[in-house]
Design a protein. Structure first.
Length: 352
């Protein structure tokens, strides 16, 4: 073999090795031969926005007129209190028309009166436990992986602790976390009767708060994954959660299954569907600024963490719903452009 042929063979072998590395990272080499833009992202699964929209769950109406949700199958756990709030019912008028019925804002937001929010929290406690005076421990949430073991002392704190997960084995206490698009995840140990609740936004999800939380339950209470059951509450659905390429990179840096959590979604709003000709361009295919957006399934990301922590698939229950496109039922921070109330997810151990 001549020296030039040998050099070419070496170069091809090096290129093949690089291509293999790119493929492992979810990238492909640009075939244009330009030094700029050496790699481009491989095509993700394509989906229609309408197919990704989860059905709205059916709410329960309490005697005090607020509406809340329960996890499928958890009614059988007679020792357990739990509930996911909606925006329906309550005393707040901060996020609705003046002549509209009151709403169940459970977050101490700038727009709502603190005494109204605390009254709403008592209504939720009454709906879930039957007693409005049931103590409720909450947090100052900071999009972290910080966890706290709660006691009745925490329910009396004027300044809640900074964290995004709570757990306890103390009966008679409700644990609560607030959401308005992020994922609320509850975990209950059926054998040792310990419970936990986690606030998992995208940052907390990347930091593995749910996976770490199950690990903390194992250390704190001796919980075994086979004895655990989990409920994933309403959150922003993959139909509405458009994200950046940078977020895909964040997830790929942490999870081998990251690409299963993302898809490319064509815009399917009503105007595009009814008047498709308005959105045609004279540019060649692939050169128009109109194209699919990158969407993340945040609920599935947290389900995968529960599986990674050792829970059985049949022990993980999803309540369903999309907080962004089902705004008649939920508050959504993203859909309301930052001016939104908060839902609360609560869990506790019923006293004997």
């Amino acid at each position: 073999m001549s020296s030039s042929a040998h050099s070419k063979a070496q170069a091809n072998a090096q290129i093949e090795a690089l291509d293999a590395l790119f493929e492992q990272a979810g990238l492909v080499r640009s075939l244009r031969g330009k030094s700029a833009g050496v790699t481009v992202r491989m095509r993700l699964a394509r989906a229609d926005q309408r197919d990704l929209t989860p059905a709205a769950p059916v709410a329960r109406t309490a005697a005090n007129a607020i509406q809340w949700l329960s996890a499928p199958g958890w009614e059988k756990l007679d020792w357990l209190w739990h509930g996911f709030s909606t925006r329906r019912g309550g005393l707040s008028h901060a996020y609705c028309a003046d002549d509209a019925p009151g709403e169940l804002n459970l977050g101490l937001t700038a727009e709502d009166a603190p005494e109204t929010v605390l009254a709403n929290r008592r209504l939720l406690a009454e709906a879930v436990t039957g007693n409005a005076a049931t103590p409720l421990a909450s947090l100052r949430q900071i999009h972290s992986s910080a966890l706290r073991v709660a006691s009745s002392v925490d329910a009396r704190r004027q300044q809640p602790s900074k964290a995004d997960g709570l757990m306890t084995d103390e009966p008679g206490l409700l644990l609560g976390i607030q959401t308005a698009d992020c994922v609320p995840v509850m975990v209950a140990d059926r054998k040792r009767r310990a419970v936990a609740v986690f606030h998992a936004g995208w940052r907390g999800t990347v930091k593995r708060i749910v996976e770490a939380g199950v690990g903390r339950m194992r250390l704190q209470y001796g919980s075994r994954p086979a004895d655990l059951t989990a409920a994933i509450g309403p959150c922003i659905g993959p139909c509405c959660y458009a994200v950046s390429e940078e977020m895909l990179s964040e997830f790929e840096s942490q999870f081998s299954y990251a690409r299963d959590l993302f898809c490319e979604v064509d815009d399917a709003d009503a105007v595009h569907i009814k008047y498709p000709m308005l959105f045609l361009t004279q540019r060649a295919p692939g050169h128009s600024p109109i194209g699919p957006s990158l969407h993340l399934d945040l609920a599935e990301a947290n389900r995968r963490q529960l599986l990674a922590a050792g829970l059985k698939p049949g022990s993980i229950h999803a309540v369903g719903g999309c907080t962004s496109c089902q705004r008649e039922l939920f508050f959504s921070y993203r859909a309301a452009q930052g001016r939104a109330g908060r839902m609360m997810s609560v869990i506790g151990i019923r006293p004997e």
